[in-house]
Ligand binder design. Sequence first.
Ligand code: FES
Length: 107
Amino acid sequence: MPHPARHVFVCNQQRPAGHPRGSCQAQGSGPVLQAFWAEQQKRNAYDKVAITYSGCLGPCDGGVNVVVYPEAVLYQRVTAADVLEIFDQHLDKGEVVERLKAPTAVW
Ligand code: FES
Protein backbone atom coordinates (compact mmCIF):
# COMPACT_ATOMS: atom_id res chain seq x y z
CA MET A 1 0.00 0.00 0.00
CA PRO A 2 1.42 3.42 -0.93
CA HIS A 3 2.14 5.98 1.75
CA PRO A 4 -0.73 8.54 1.51
CA ALA A 5 0.30 12.20 1.48
CA ARG A 6 -2.52 13.13 3.86
CA HIS A 7 -4.56 11.36 6.50
CA VAL A 8 -8.00 12.57 7.54
CA PHE A 9 -9.46 11.53 10.88
CA VAL A 10 -13.18 12.13 11.36
CA CYS A 11 -14.36 11.91 14.96
CA ASN A 12 -17.18 9.37 15.11
CA GLN A 13 -17.45 9.21 18.91
CA GLN A 14 -20.85 8.16 20.25
CA ARG A 15 -22.16 8.85 23.75
CA PRO A 16 -25.43 8.13 25.52
CA ALA A 17 -28.25 10.62 25.00
CA GLY A 18 -28.01 13.46 27.50
CA HIS A 19 -24.28 13.06 28.09
CA PRO A 20 -22.86 16.46 29.07
CA ARG A 21 -20.12 16.37 26.43
CA GLY A 22 -22.40 15.36 23.58
CA SER A 23 -20.69 13.64 20.67
CA CYS A 24 -19.65 14.15 17.09
CA GLN A 25 -21.86 11.25 16.06
CA ALA A 26 -24.89 13.05 17.49
CA GLN A 27 -23.78 16.14 15.56
CA GLY A 28 -23.68 14.32 12.21
CA SER A 29 -20.33 12.60 11.83
CA GLY A 30 -21.92 9.71 9.91
CA PRO A 31 -22.87 11.79 6.86
CA VAL A 32 -19.50 13.59 7.02
CA LEU A 33 -17.64 10.28 6.90
CA GLN A 34 -19.81 9.03 4.05
CA ALA A 35 -19.13 12.24 2.12
CA PHE A 36 -15.34 11.87 2.59
CA TRP A 37 -15.41 8.24 1.47
CA ALA A 38 -17.63 9.03 -1.50
CA GLU A 39 -15.32 11.84 -2.63
CA GLN A 40 -12.27 9.62 -2.16
CA GLN A 41 -13.90 6.98 -4.34
CA LYS A 42 -15.04 9.49 -6.97
CA ARG A 43 -11.49 10.83 -7.29
CA ASN A 44 -9.90 7.39 -6.96
CA ALA A 45 -7.69 9.07 -4.35
CA TYR A 46 -6.88 5.98 -2.31
CA ASP A 47 -3.14 6.36 -2.89
CA LYS A 48 -3.13 10.06 -1.96
CA VAL A 49 -5.53 10.35 0.98
CA ALA A 50 -6.49 8.04 3.84
CA ILE A 51 -9.85 8.55 5.55
CA THR A 52 -10.29 7.03 9.00
CA TYR A 53 -12.91 7.45 11.69
CA SER A 54 -11.66 8.09 15.19
CA GLY A 55 -12.78 8.33 18.78
CA CYS A 56 -13.03 11.64 20.61
CA LEU A 57 -10.49 14.25 19.52
CA GLY A 58 -11.13 16.50 22.52
CA PRO A 59 -13.14 19.64 21.77
CA CYS A 60 -16.53 17.92 21.49
CA ASP A 61 -18.66 21.06 21.56
CA GLY A 62 -17.15 22.07 18.19
CA GLY A 63 -18.09 18.86 16.43
CA VAL A 64 -18.11 17.44 13.95
CA ASN A 65 -14.33 17.58 14.37
CA VAL A 66 -11.97 16.53 11.57
CA VAL A 67 -8.17 16.57 11.78
CA VAL A 68 -5.86 16.42 8.77
CA TYR A 69 -2.24 15.25 8.98
CA PRO A 70 0.62 15.86 8.40
CA GLU A 71 -0.39 19.50 8.92
CA ALA A 72 -2.34 18.65 12.11
CA VAL A 73 -5.11 21.07 11.16
CA LEU A 74 -8.34 20.68 13.10
CA TYR A 75 -11.56 21.59 11.33
CA GLN A 76 -14.69 22.16 13.39
CA ARG A 77 -18.42 22.13 12.77
CA VAL A 78 -17.78 20.21 9.58
CA THR A 79 -20.82 19.12 7.60
CA ALA A 80 -21.10 16.91 4.54
CA ALA A 81 -21.47 20.11 2.48
CA ASP A 82 -17.92 21.15 3.49
CA VAL A 83 -16.19 17.99 2.31
CA LEU A 84 -15.79 18.98 -1.33
CA GLU A 85 -14.04 22.22 -0.32
CA ILE A 86 -11.69 20.37 2.06
CA PHE A 87 -10.81 17.93 -0.74
CA ASP A 88 -10.33 20.62 -3.39
CA GLN A 89 -8.41 23.07 -1.25
CA HIS A 90 -6.54 21.13 1.44
CA LEU A 91 -6.23 17.52 0.34
CA ASP A 92 -5.45 18.38 -3.30
CA LYS A 93 -3.60 21.71 -3.01
CA GLY A 94 -2.35 21.75 0.57
CA GLU A 95 -4.16 25.00 1.39
CA VAL A 96 -5.95 25.18 4.73
CA VAL A 97 -9.68 25.96 4.69
CA GLU A 98 -9.43 28.90 7.06
CA ARG A 99 -13.15 29.34 7.64
CA LEU A 100 -13.37 25.86 9.22
CA LYS A 101 -10.06 25.86 11.09
CA ALA A 102 -10.25 25.64 14.89
CA PRO A 103 -9.05 28.71 16.78
CA THR A 104 -5.57 28.47 18.28
CA ALA A 105 -7.05 28.44 21.78
CA VAL A 106 -8.84 25.19 20.94
CA TRP A 107 -6.10 23.35 18.98
S1 FES B 1 -16.87 13.57 20.50
FE1 FES B 1 -15.83 14.30 18.73
S2 FES B 1 -14.27 15.50 19.57
FE2 FES B 1 -15.18 14.65 21.31
